[in-house]
Design a protein around this ligand. Structure first.
Ligand code: GLA
Length: 727
């Protein structure tokens, strides 16, 4: 990869074998976005036709009526100078003046990566993996600087973030400061977003962009199940394999805002960053503020190509720790099997069954701590319930481990119940308005993580439980959103910082815990996939994908999630039928097949199953252990789309190309059956592949070009899994 600066034209060119990103310093030192896409040799200002004298256009250079910011392709636009589109930043000074004039004032080209302070990011293992361009914008009147950082890697990826530095003598209020802005020349796009709800996370929505804006946002304190900090811009007609895609994702777990906005002359603005809603950062003299990092992926090979790049990057350069490269354990989670009715005896009984089935990790979910018999009490009191666990949980963990299982535990650290010891002692640790009593959700309140004391308390309470080393897995939950934004810890001027400080506090706790307990596998959760984002992946290499464990619903949820996130990061469990969320009954085979597309787990009371079902589960786990390297570290290809078709299908190819797993689910059976033909992807067309069950041998070319058909099954939700071995 390389970054060059061409003096004469004042052009920055970041490039590698795959992509080019070009920025130009133009008239009056404004920054122009020139190009992001397939690698070009050099930039010679082909796109310069944006200078016209147009109506209603402000002219920052009075004598040049062809130059108006509203018609330009901008790199990091402000407001107040005649660019009436959505700005990338806004400030307010002591006089209430919101106008800002930052101009280009120099650059540095640095080897390696520059990362935002205290925030998760794409990391490098060596400086040779990346190069960074730092561009300085300066407001000389107010003595403020904004540094824009662009890092290019070997893959088709550029990451961006911005830093604000107050060199002045007065505080400045940052009201808006996005991570990225990019204006694209006139072209048609489809906009793809991943939105949803609790138990319906990451639904795929795609629509042609014609005018106006598409905005996505969360103001809930987390990235949320309702929205995903991701925007896909697709050339019309883009498929899984073909078409141009620009994908932007934010590595952040809090409030975000993203927008795709059409300019009046057909240009397209893309933005992503912290949500300006209820955000106001009071930056004191000599202080700095960093935005979260945005990841910009470019693919010419359709959505599949984009996903492959995100998967590689997130698996290898966002996930950290020893579990990054380790196969993940098959787990049994107590939640849907027992809910709050836990006891030592029951869990030990479950452990015996789990061992017989081949499970590797027993997870004790909610209900284990003092007085927690329903979701109305006890959050914050992270000590075991003596009635349920008279010998303590360390003893239980030891006993479980003696049986040959790892032991894991559930926490919801960011929360507090009114009815808790913690609340009696520290009612001021709660996020609340200074004049109203806080709104409850699931009978709980949120702790104020902007307060370092709260973070310390949580780090200590959790460390206390983990320190004996018997517990090697933590499910970190977060089951409500933030209301009543207000902090007794922050001063008046800093109240608008609360939501972001909350996230920073959370990240600091996670940084400490993951560093102190490198042998503990952390799994993120927020009522399922409510905080399934790249920020959390930096600390926790896997996430509970959804509270919806129904195999059919999961087809869509996992399909949407897979656009960005690799299978190894997705928790997927086989649960009981009728399903607890939707009441649907699906076969054990189909439930397994769908869960086996991620980190396989079981979440049901094994004691309630028949001998036959237990035998079947045992076989599934044996098989999964043979396949999981491929599922967790191989390439993943979506072959059919459950959002638009009556089926879902996918295939994995192992890292060495020797194992191929093909899976298909028919959603509803039809009388007028249409025989689906599925074409596998990622195989070697010249090689031969053996169906490990029937021993039939197929050419890779046949499997990929002609495909395979799925014989008719007269049953809803029927699943087929075929494992091929390369000969
Ligand atoms: C959330 C999680 C569930 C379970 C419950 C426990 O809803 O997503 O998996 O842990 O909390 O209260």
């Amino acid at each position: 990869m390389q970054i060059s600066f061409e003096e004469e034209q004042q052009v920055f060119h970041l490039y590698n074998d795959k992509i080019s990103y070009v920025i130009q310093v133009e008239k009056q030192r404004y920054l122009k976005h020139c190009y992001y896409g397939k690698r070009i040799k050099r930039w010679h200002s082909g796109i310069k036709d944006y200078y016209y004298d147009r109506g209603f256009c402000a002219n920052p250079i009075a004598e040049d009526r062809t130059f108006s910011l509203d018609t330009q392709l901008r790199e990091f636009p402000e407001s107040g100078q005649g660019d009436f589109r959505s700005p990338a930043y806004e400030l307010e000074d002591r006089n209430g003046d919101k106008n800002a004039r930052f101009f280009y004032n120099g650059y540095r080209i640095l080897s390696g990566k520059i990362a935002p302070d205290g925030l998760p990011h794409v990391y490098t293992d060596a400086d040779t993996e990346a190069m960074t361009l730092e561009i300085t914008l300066q407001d000389k009147v107010r003595n403020q600087r904004i540094l824009l950082y662009y890092t290019i890697y070997e893959d088709a990826v550029v990451t961006r973030f911005a830093k604000w530095i107050n060199d002045g003598t007065e505080p400045i209020e940052i009201c808006r400061f996005l991570s990225m802005n990019m204006d694209l020349p006139t072209q048609e796009y489809d906009v793809l977003t991943l939105s949803g709800a609790h138990t319906e996370e990451k639904n795929v929505y795609r629509r042609p962009l014609c005018a106006d804006s598409v905005t996505i946002e969360s103001s809930r304190g987390t990235s949320s199940p309702q929205a995903t900090p991701f925007i896909g811009l697709l050339s019309p007609g883009t498929t899984e394999e073909q078409g141009e895609v620009l994908g932007v994702n934010l590595i952040y777990s809090g409030n975000f805002y993203g927008c795709v906005q059409c300019g009046q002359y057909g240009t397209t603005r893309v933005q992503l960053g912290i949500n300006p809603f209820q955000f106001c950062w009071n930056l004191k003299p000599k202080e700095q503020f960093d935005t979260p990092e945005a990841v910009l992926v470019y693919s010419q090979e359709g959505l599949g190509g984009m996903s492959a790049i995100f998967h590689r990057l997130y698996r290898k350069r966002v996930c950290r720790g020893k579990f990054r490269d380790q196969e993940r354990p098959v787990l049994l989670n107590s939640w849907e099997g027992m809910y709050f009715a836990l006891s030592e005896e029951k869990l030990l009984g479950l452990a015996d069954e789990a061992v017989k089935a081949g499970i590797e990790l027993l997870v004790m979910d909610d209900g284990w701590f003092r007085g927690r018999n329903s979701d109305t009490t006890s959050l914050g009191d992270w000590v075991e319930d003596k009635e349920k666990f008279p010998n303590g949980i360390q003893d239980l963990a030891k006993k479980v481990r003696e049986k040959g299982l790892e032991f894991g535990i559930w926490f919801e650290p960011e929360m507090i119940s009114y009815e808790s010891e913690l609340y009696k002692q520290h009612s001021d640790w709660v996020i609340k308005s200074h004049c109203y009593s806080p709104i409850q959700s699931r009978n709980q309140l949120v702790l104020d993580l902007s307060n370092p004391k709260v973070c310390e308390y949580l780090t200590e309470a959790i460390s206390e439980i983990l320190k004996d080393g018997n517990i090697t897995y933590v499910k970190w939950d977060m089951n409500r959103h933030l209301t009543d934004l207000g902090s007794t810890f922050l001063d008046r001027e800093s109240q608008g910082e609360l939501s972001h400080r909350y996230v920073l506090g959370l990240y600091s706790i996670l940084e400490q815990l993951t560093e102190s307990f490198p042998d503990v596998l952390f799994e993120g959760c927020s009522s399922g996939g409510g905080r399934f984002d790249a920020g959390m992946l930096y600390y926790m290499p896997q996430t509970w994908t959804s509270d919806n464990t129904d195999a059919v619903c999961r087809l869509k949820i996992q399909h949407g999630t897979s656009l960005l996130f690799p299978s190894i990061s997705m928790g997927a469990h086989v649960s009981a039928v009728p399903n607890h969320q939707v009441g649907r009954t699906t076969s054990l085979e189909t439930r397994y097949l769908v869960a086996a597309a991620g980190n396989l787990g079981y979440e049901l009371d094994l004691k309630k199953l028949s001998q036959g079902e237990l035998e079947q589960i045992k076989k599934q786990i044996v098989q999964y252990k043979r396949l999981r390297r491929t599922v967790q570290f191989g390439e993943y290809y979506r072959l059919a789309d459950p959002f638009t078709e009556n089926q879902a299908a996918w295939n994995f190819v192992s890292e060495d190309g020797k194992q191929v797993i093909f899976s298909h689910v028919q959603i509803l059976a039809r009388s007028a059956y249409r025989i689906p033909t599925l074409r596998l992807r990622g195989l070697d067309p010249k090689a031969e592949y053996k169906n490990t069950e029937t021993k039939e041998v197929f050419g890779g070319d046949e499997l990929m070009y002609a495909g395979i058909t799925i014989p008719r099954v007269r049953q809803d939700f029927s699943g087929t899994m075929i494992v091929f071995e390369k000969i």
